[in-house]
Structures are given as structure tokens and as C-alpha cells.
Design a protein around this ligand. Structure first.
Ligand code: TEU
Ligand code: CA
Length: 540
């Protein structure tokens, strides 16, 4: 690639993004809830790790029914997180360290406490009434948080749509005035100097509920093109859409630069692999390693010149990857590094979720009163009424519940892991005695430094961004692939399992760039110990 072309490439193609769940990152005033000043305090840590941007989960004014994904005022900071001045300081302090702030844009729905919805309910002939989705009769649509997606409003005499909690009424994107309101609030934040938006359930905004259409409605891409024109178009800006229904066919519709919509999408296909077909996320089954390889390799087939991919294992809705696909006991460090390399060796923009870089694990509970998450609590009530056993439901929550990702960040081994001097809003994982940032920083061999190295490679080596991908033929238990560009050729080899595996690979190693254990001398017939993974430069 010429220097000229390289210069024109958007920054986010060679970037690594770090996701912060503000409620659980760092508390500074002892109320047990993370805050913006806490993030400012930890910016030096993030700069040392080397990340380019922070995706900040919602910090807007909110009653907190879904931890901020129910917004009551898009242009105000929730007092539990701080003030608008704190937010502006976060943006500028981050910028000084070369870090951009990507805000979470939640515009499929608002809180039922948003002034628009309050007015819509009070006054059915107000313009605000039509900002929401109303119907005289409820149909079969279900809420993602259990039960019907329709709630009857006695005052209005109609049902309103809520694809999530009833406290999260859906916005009506068919209404042009509402769309303009959304563009205005986006521009409010763009003018504050943010670097991007992560767009919550953006695939739902084109919904046609009367025809049972939620994701991928007929007008979805028209709306996104209009949004692009009216807001971030022409700017050096990252936009990533949360799209559970993304496929290889429709991902380019969002992310082809010529279509002027988004930079990239989050697709969730790997999250389906350890779930029983046709069932809910709670109904688990063991992972088949062959399936995992197929899904990862399949998404590398995107046409990256006309589309872009994001790479992630974790977020605030998903269980911790080391507990899910790795081994969070005997092989915690090694399997966490293996999973990191497996993902960060691929083409796309990597995202790291807070605590992933120190190998934080799931955090089991023993009873429902220890659970905060609305999704798990509603599922528990619904299934209990259907006759399920309590133990089975707690087991499902421990495997898949969202609180696993939301326990406080583990900074050190002190009480409450250095997260708060008060009582944390959600219990700290007791393993913070061992798993914490302080220990990780003191150990040159830690998961932290492995991530740091992967991030540095992403910045230094164009091959990670532009190199082609080729899956090598191995047993299902091993994933091996090449990345190659005009100058260079790399090999990634990962033992996905806790058992030794044999590999027979044609490559001659020139240089080992990164490894989590012993790298065999001769790859033509080698045995890989449990979870061993390495990255090397090989002969072209
Ligand atoms: O998540 C979208 C979504 O579909 C989730 O409900 C998802 O199905 C589930 O959490 C998987 O376990 C987004 C946000 O990321 C999530 O935190 C919000 O609760 C949701 O939208 C509503 O805004
Ligand atoms: Ca606080």
C-alpha cells in the first residue's frame, strides 16, 4: 500500500477500542457506583495499554431500569456519573492521550421518563405522541426481556410498543420530526468533540410491528443514510452498529463506504454456537470447536474493500470469554491469551471489554436476590411460573447472565478490589485477591502484557489490517491460519482445548512474534500442549 493510500485510510481500521461499563469501572466518591472522574483517573492506565478509543456505555440521565439503556435526557449526564463538565474533561483528557470517546447511541427507544413519552401519554394529540409506536390491539411480538412487547396505557386507551422493558418505549422512526430530533442530539455530541457512536440495536429502527418485522425493516438503510448525511457524514468518525441479525450478505449494506452508512457492525454469530438451536440464550450446549472455526473463518470472507468487520469476544451483555470458551481455573492465563491471539490475529477492528485484559472471569451467584440484571430477573420469574427448577435457572444465569460481565473492575486486592471505598452496587468477584490490575502490571508474563503486545502489533504491522486470511487444515481442536500481504506472511496457531493436540503444518518459522507457551521447533509434526498459541512470521 502506498503512503498516500495509507494516509487516506480512516483511523479506526488500525485501531483497538476499549469498552467501559461506567457503573463498574472506577468509583471516586464512595457511593459504590463508578463515575466519570473514575474514568479520568484511569486514563493513564488505558494509555499504557495502548488503546485508541473508548466505547463508553450510556452515561446520560436515566432512571436506570436497564442501567442507562433507558434514557430520559440525551443531552444531560446522569448525576450518579457526574456532570457535563466532567464529561467535557473526560473528552479533552482522553484526547491529550490520543484516545477518542465513542458514545453509546440508544435511539431505538427512550426511557418512559423521557419528556417526549410523558407528553405522548398525557396528550395523545401532541406531536410527541407520534414519536412512539401505538396500536389499538397487541400482536404476538415478544419483548427481549420476557413477556409481550405491548403495554396498555389506560390514559391513552392504546398499547405502546417496547421491544425491551416496558420502561423502554420504542421510538417511531417513521416520523420525520422524531428523526430530526435524533440527529440534533447526535450533533450536540459531535460538537462536543466525541470520536464516534456505538449504535444500540440499530437494526431495529426500521421496524414494522404491524407486520411482525423488527430487525432489517424495509426503511432501515434509508434511515441510516439520512442519519449519515445529517450528522457525522464527512467527519473522521467511527460508527459501529449493534446488529444481532447481521449476515455476510447484509453486513456490507451497513459498512460499504460508498453507501455512506456506518463504519462497521457488531455481528454475534459466535454467541449462537453454545446455545441449543431455536431456543433462548439460557438454553446452553457445549461448544463444537469446528463450528467456532467455521464462524470465525466465514466472517473473514467479507470483501474488506467494500465492508468492514469488528472483532470481539466480550461486552456488557455477554459472559466472560475465558469462562465461556477457555478455562477459568487451571489454565486461566494461558487460555485467556490463546483466545486473545485467536481473535486479534484476524482482520477487522478489535474491541476489548474492561477486565478482559487481565482475564476477569464469570462471577457465580447462589440465589436470585444476588442478581441485578433486568434480563435475568425477568427470565427467572417467567420460567419459575412455567415450572422450571430454581437450581437450573441459577445455573443458566451463572453461565449466561449479563452480571458476569458487570461485576466491578478489579484494580487491586484491597477491599472491593480498589473499585470503591464504599459498598459496591454489585458484589466484587472474590477472585480479585488474585486477579487484579496491580498483579497484572507487576508480572511481565501477564495477560495484560499479552494484550498490550497485540495492540502494539496492530499499530505497527499493516499485515494485521490489510493482510489476506487463509484457514489451514487441522483437527477441529486446533485453529491455524495465515495472514499475508505483498511483503510478509504470518501464521497463527491455537490449541483451542485443554488437551494436547497434534499439528502437521507446512510452514517454516522465521521469527516468533508472540506466544503463550512453548513453540514447537518443527511444525511439520508437532504436539501442542493445552491452550498453547503462537504467532510467527513464516517463509513466504
Ligand atoms: O442489547 C441488545 C439486545 O438485544 C440484548 O437484549 C441482548 O439480546 C441480550 O442482552 C443478550 O444477552 C442492547 C444493549 O447492549 C443492552 O445492554 C440493552 O439492554 C439493550 O440493547 C436495550 O437497550
Ligand atoms: Ca461514584
Amino acid at each position: 500500500m502506498t503512503a498516500e493510500k495509507q494516509k487516506q485510510e480512516p483511523w479506526w481500521k488500525q485501531a483497538v477500542i476499549y469498552q467501559i461499563y461506567p457503573k463498574s469501572f472506577q468509583d471516586t466518591n464512595g457511593d459504590g457506583v463508578g463515575d466519570l472522574r473514575g474514568i479520568i483517573k484511569r486514563l493513564d492506565y488505558l494509555q499504557d495499554l495502548g488503546i485508541d478509543a473508548i466505547w463508553l456505555c450510556p452515561v446520560y440521565k436515566s432512571p436506570g431500569v436497564d442501567n442507562g439503556y433507558d434514557i430520559a435526557d440525551y443531552e444531560a449526564i446522569d448525576p450518579q456519573y457526574g456532570t457535563m463538565a466532567d464529561m467535557e474533561e473526560l473528552i479533552s483528557e482522553a484526547k491529550k492521550r490520543g484516545i477518542r470517546i465513542v458514545m453509546d447511541l440508544v435511539v431505538n427507544h427512550t426511557s418512559d421518563q423521557h419528556p417526549w413519552f410523558i407528553e405522548a401519554r398525557k396528550n395523545p394529540s401532541s406531536p410527541e405522541h407520534d414519536y412512539y409506536v401505538w396500536a389499538d390491539k397487541a400482536n404476538e411480538l415478544k419483548s427481549a426481556f420476557s413477556g409481550s412487547a405491548w403495554e396498555y396505557d389506560g390514559q391513552v386507551g392504546q398499547y405502546y410498543l417496547h421491544l425491551f422493558a416496558k420502561e423502554q418505549p420504542d421510538l417511531n422512526w417513521k416520523n420525520p420530526a422524531l428523526r430530526q430530533k435524533v440527529y440534533d442530539l447526535m450533533n450536540f455530541w459531535i460538537d462536543k468533540g466525541i470520536g464516534g457512536f456505538r449504535m444500540d440495536v440499530i437494526e431495529l429502527i426500521g421496524k414494522v410491528p404491524e407486520e411482525d418485522i423488527t430487525a432489517n425493516g424495509p426503511k432501515l438503510h434509508d434511515y441510516l443514510q439520512e442519519m449519515h448525511r445529517e450528522t457525522f457524514g464527512g467527519r473522521d468518525f467511527l460508527t459501529v452498529g449493534e446488529t444481532w441479525g447481521a449476515t455476510l450478505d447484509n453486513a456490507p449494506l451497513y459498512s460499504d463506504p460508498d453507501r455512506k452508512e456506518l463504519s462497521m457492525v457488531f455481528q454475534f454469530e459466535f454467541t449462537e454456537l453454545d446455545k441449543q438451536a431455536g431456543k433462548e440464550k439460557w438454553d446452553t450446549k457445549p461448544l463444537d470447536y469446528g463450528d467456532l472455526k467455521n464462524v470465525l473463518a466465514k466472517w473473514q470472507k467479507l470483501d474488506f474493500n467494500h465492508s468492514w468487520n469488528s472483532l470481539f469476544w466480550n461486552n456488557h451483555d455477554l459472559p466472560r470469554i475465558v469462562s465461556r470458551f477457555g478455562n477459568d481455573q487451571q489454565y486461566r492465563e494461558r487460555s485467556a491469551k490463546m483466545l486473545a491471539l485467536l481473535l486479534h490475529g484476524l482482520r477487522g477492528t478489535p474491541y476489548i471489554y474492561q477486565g478482559e485484559e487481565i482475564g476477569m472471569t464469570n462471577c457465580p451467584v447462589s440465589a436470585i436476590d444476588e442478581v441485578e440484571d433486568i434480563e435475568a430477573r425477568r427470565m427467572y420469574q417467567e420460567r419459575l411460573a412455567e415450572g422450571w427448577k430454581k437450581e437450573d435457572l441459577i445455573k443458566a444465569i451463572n453461565a449466561r447472565g449479563r452480571d458476569n460481565a458487570r461485576t466491578p473492575m478489579q484494580w487491586d486486592a484491597s477491599a472491593s478490589a480498589g473499585f470503591t471505598s464504599g459498598r459496591p452496587w454489585l458484589a466484587v468477584n472474590p477472585n480479585c485477591q488474585e486477579i487484579n490490575v496491580k498483579n497484572a502490571l507487576n508480572d511481565q508474563d501477564s495477560i495484560y502484557y499479552f494484550y498490550k503486545k497485540l495492540i502494539a502489533l496492530r499499530h505497527q504491522e499493516r499485515i494485521l489490517t490489510d493482510g489476506s486470511f487463509e484457514l489451514l487444515d487441522t483437527a477441529d481442536a486446533v485453529m491455524a491460519y495465515h495472514r499475508e500481504n505483498a511483503e510478509d506472511k504470518w501464521l497463527v496457531v491455537c490449541n483451542l482445548t485443554g488437551e494436547e493436540q497434534e499439528v502437521f503444518l507446512p510452514d517454516k518459522v522465521k521469527e516468533v512474534l508472540l506466544a503463550n507457551g512453548p513453540v514447537p521447533e518443527d511444525l511439520s509434526a508437532a504436539v501442542l500442549p493445552a491452550y498453547v498459541a503462537f504467532l510467527c512470521r513464516v517463509k513466504k
